[in-house]
Ligand binder design. Sequence first.
Ligand code: HEC
Ligand code: HEC
Ligand code: HEC
Length: 427
Amino acid sequence: MKSARVIALIAGFGFLFLALAVQGIFPYVMKEAGPKTVTRTVRTEVGELTAIGSAARPYTALEAQGRAIYIREGCWYCHSMYLRPVAGEDRRWGPVAEFGEYTHDLPHLFGTRRIGPDLTRVGGKYGDDWHAAHYFDPRMVVPDSVMPRFTWLFTKDAASGKQVLNEEGKALVAFIQNIGMSRGKWRDSFPYQILATGASSIQTEVSLSHGKAVYLRRCVGCHGEKGDGKGSAVSLVLFRVAQPRDFTTGAFKFRTTPSGSVPLDSDLFRTISVGIRGSAMPPWFNLPEEDRRDVIQYIKTFSRDFEEFPPGPPIEIPRPPKPTPDLISRGKKVFEEMQCKECHGAEGRGDGPSSNTLKDDFGNRIPPANFTTGIFKSGPRPEDIFRTFMTGLNGTPMPSFKDAFTSPDDGWAITFYVLSLSADRGK
Ligand code: HEC
Ligand code: HEC
Ligand code: HEC
């Protein structure tokens, strides 16, 4: 009996010391070993994705302030920051954690409990607007969430009367959006977020009542009960990047169908699965396929266009060629000839002469995409860029250039030129 107690005592102190050593002492000792490199996915000068070894950069002052708020608010009680190479964690969240990612993280915030999801790869998963709505009241966007509200990170915007993030809230979001970013553009080759364009409609047994249930659980906070884009989140929190789509108009941006046409089911399936990067619209690749298919049929009931004007024939997207420096310089020329720079600017920064005057069909200001950010709403694959300027984005000033091209080669030249603008220049 006595020896059992001694063993338990030794084991107890042993594990306590081990925990202190691994989490408290080792990180400080190993910091001296200098920065470690991580696998970073970057765009090359010809717009392709490639992986390089690179060191994590230190936090900016704003991100460091956000990190302190993350610690102060106890986010780490519920969120871990460590992806293990087991149980398909890399399929749900992305690549497993690497040593060098934690170079500037002292104290470490690995965490042990996962009351909420791991946050190692959350940077860039959602837009700032989503985070704002989620921190103000998680249940507006995720109805069965147990995450607390953080209303003290907000202030009232005088002009709109809606809630906006205050200085602390902005710092927290800056920190969250930077988590995992030392891995670069890994998301652009994450299989679940780069769905290919299926040309045919998806045939499946449909349950509208199930689709409605999915909608009321996942989408209603933003898109509203009537599908008019006036959900509770939008009425309380100011969305800065884009307003949730009003489904009653039948205008959809991301399609393989001609300008003005409604999208195919497969177009909607792609958009819903991968999300709309940079905006509040989250990716839903974690939802069962059946949920995604049924919710599409439900969304279509909001507009009669789907019945009255069947979708036009989808464009054909040939296989992209292997990009070369010659293709890029040709792309630059075509970009200038086709007046893309009128809106997108000579260097693709979204600052062309007419950029300040553009409005969408609903009267909201809409800046032309800044290609140097590398954040593409329509998707990061060459096929996504190609599709976007071939079919245009309905409801926005972004026109269709389908008839302007005499050869698909010019299309690919422009595509890779656009992608090359977000090349990693080792800043
Ligand atoms: C009581 C536990 C708890 C606390 C404290 C908490 N969260 Fe959460 N969090 C959750 C749960 C549960 C979810 C999953 C449901 C949801 O998305 O709301 C979540 C989801 C998230 C997500 C979305 C992750 C993803 O991949 O979908 C982010 C980002 C997040 N939390 C950030 C924070 C931040 C920042 C704080 C501190 C200001 C915080 N959380 C505090 C429980 C918590
Ligand atoms: C947190 C807010 C939010 C939630 C929740 C949300 N959306 Fe969205 N959604 C948006 C925003 C914002 C846009 C417009 C983005 C843009 O145009 O840049 C959008 C756009 C869309 C579009 C238009 C795509 C196109 O081609 O124009 C579809 C379809 C869509 N959402 C479906 C859904 C479905 C289905 C759900 C639920 C499973 C959902 N959304 C949940 C914010 C949200
Ligand atoms: C009249 C102004 C205008 C012209 C001309 C124009 N665009 Fe656009 N473009 C826009 C606007 C506005 C958006 C943003 C739409 C949005 O955010 O929903 C956009 C978005 C895009 C996108 C999508 C980026 C993303 O986030 O996925 C691509 C790609 C694009 N434009 C390429 C081109 C190319 C290539 C040309 C020339 C052949 C061109 N645009 C000409 C206004 C224009």
